[in-house]
Design a protein around this ligand. Structure first.
Ligand SMILES: Cc1cc2nc3c(=O)[nH]c(=O)nc-3n(C[C@H](O)[C@H](O)[C@H](O)COP(=O)(O)OP(=O)(O)OC[C@H]3O[C@@H](n4cnc5c(N)ncnc54)[C@H](O)[C@@H]3O)c2cc1C
Length: 238
């Protein structure tokens, strides 16, 4: 048995995260064959006619043939990204448990502390917030990044103290910040994956989860190149 490491084919995301494709079933021909089973026909290789069929299926929301293609991913992301991700109920998930294991001191430090958007209550803007903020631990103005790291480190330190005092892992973890990294496996079919990517690659989604959505699209492109090409065209993403 080995520790849960980053797979060699993983795409690195944020400062310590990644997404890797662990396994998959099917490709573009799986989709056309699922659609054509109605007529008792199948192909082994994609043709121009098959590309047209995929375009027709995507355009007319004939979605079930895309459900025959499946992907399993290994994801490492901050807890707040995980919360957004797990709202997508059509995925199957299994996650590392902080009841079974001690949480590692690994938390996300943004490369830029984006400003709150003045017009969209749930969004940020691509501009750095003031460089300094009040650090409650030191009682003085500190560079924002230092105050943030200090806060995360203190939470982790307190977590360790609670464990040392004999507090159960399942309770001690409650003091840990949303920035802590977690890892999970997620399995999903192509139809629901494209739905996820469309919602989470969108500029209205949080920047951090957008980075994961972009990586997912990159990972599946060599497996279903025709579908991705046509889907991007139809969504105006080219
Ligand atoms: C930019 C953005 C902001 C968001 N902000 C918030 C927020 O402030 N608060 C919040 O709570 N959530 C928020 N969400 C989450 C959002 O409401 C959805 O829960 C999430 O995007 C998952 O989408 P989904 O249900 O379509 O996906 P999935 O759960 O994967 O479902 C796919 C599709 O299957 C069908 N489906 C699945 N389960 C059911 C069901 N039980 N009943 C009926 N149909 C079902 C639906 O057609 C659904 O679209 C936000 C999402 C985005 C992208």
């Amino acid at each position: 048995m080995k520790d849960l490491d980053m797979p060699p084919n993983a795409i690195k995301i944020l400062d310590k995260g990644f997404v890797a494709l662990l396994d998959h079933m099917g490709d573009d021909t799986t989709i056309v064959n699922a659609a054509r089973v109605s007529f008792g026909k199948r192909v082994d290789k994609m043709s121009e006619k098959d590309e047209k069929l995929i375009r027709y299926l995507l355009k007319n929301r004939h979605t079930s043939p895309f459900e025959h293609v499946q992907f399993q991913f290994h994801i490492k992301c901050p807890l707040f990204v995980r919360s957004q991700w797990h709202r997508h109920r059509t995925w199957s998930y299994n996650e590392i448990s902080s009841r079974y294991t001690e949480v590692k001191e690994e938390f996300y430090v943004p490369a830029m502390f984006r400003k709150q958007s003045p017009s969209n209550k749930q969004a940020s803007i691509e501009e750095p917030a003031d460089e300094y903020c009040f650090n409650v631990y030191e009682g003085k103005e500190t560079p924002t990044v230092e105050a943030y790291i200090e806060s995360c480190k203190l939470s982790v330190k307190q977590y360790r103290e609670l464990l040392k005092a004999g507090v159960a892992r399942e309770l001690a973890r409650a003091v840990l910040p949303q920035a802590m990294y977690t890892q999970f496996y997620g399995t999903v079919d192509l139809h629901n994956l494209l739905h996820f990517i469309e919602l989470r690659i969108h500029p209205h989604a949080q920047w951090e989860i957008q980075q994961y959505a972009k990586a997912l699209l990159e990972l599946i492109t060599p497996i279903v190149p025709v579908t991705v090409k046509i889907w991007k065209e139809l969504k105006g993403m080219d």
